[in-house]
Design a protein around this ligand. Sequence first.
Ligand code: 2BA
Length: 109
Amino acid sequence: MKLIIAIVQDEDATHLISELMGEGFGVTKLATTGGFLRAGNTTILAGVEDDRFDACMAVIERVCKSRKQIATSPVTMGGATGMYAPYPIEVTVGGATVFVMSVEQFVKI
Ligand code: 2BA
């Protein structure tokens, strides 16, 4: 068994969960925050049997879209002022950031 930890954009989360549930996968949704954008995203936990791993990854790949977002990044203004001036940068977020772990034991009590 594998544990899939997928960090996805909030915009994709509802659709992804219903697609995964519709295909019989068990999922848990966590409300999370990205360290770089400091904006909300969604982390999906899915425990899947090895023979269904590819099917689960295929759903994630199909549903999760990449999008461009504007982030505000601070830059130091030169000289002795030590002041910070925010400036916009464009980043491409997603489709999904996925970690896959082998599950040693799965117990439901
Ligand atoms: P954030 O940390 O808010 O990052 C959002 C997007 O900003 C990233 O999209 C990437 O395009 C960009 N970005 C992140 N760090 C950057 C940096 N130091 N310099 C320039 N651009 C940067 P994704 O790569 O698709 O990541 C989406 C979210 O997935 C991240 O949100 C974070 O919550 C999670 N994530 C990504 N890599 C991770 C990792 N190695 N470990 C844990 N979580 C990760």
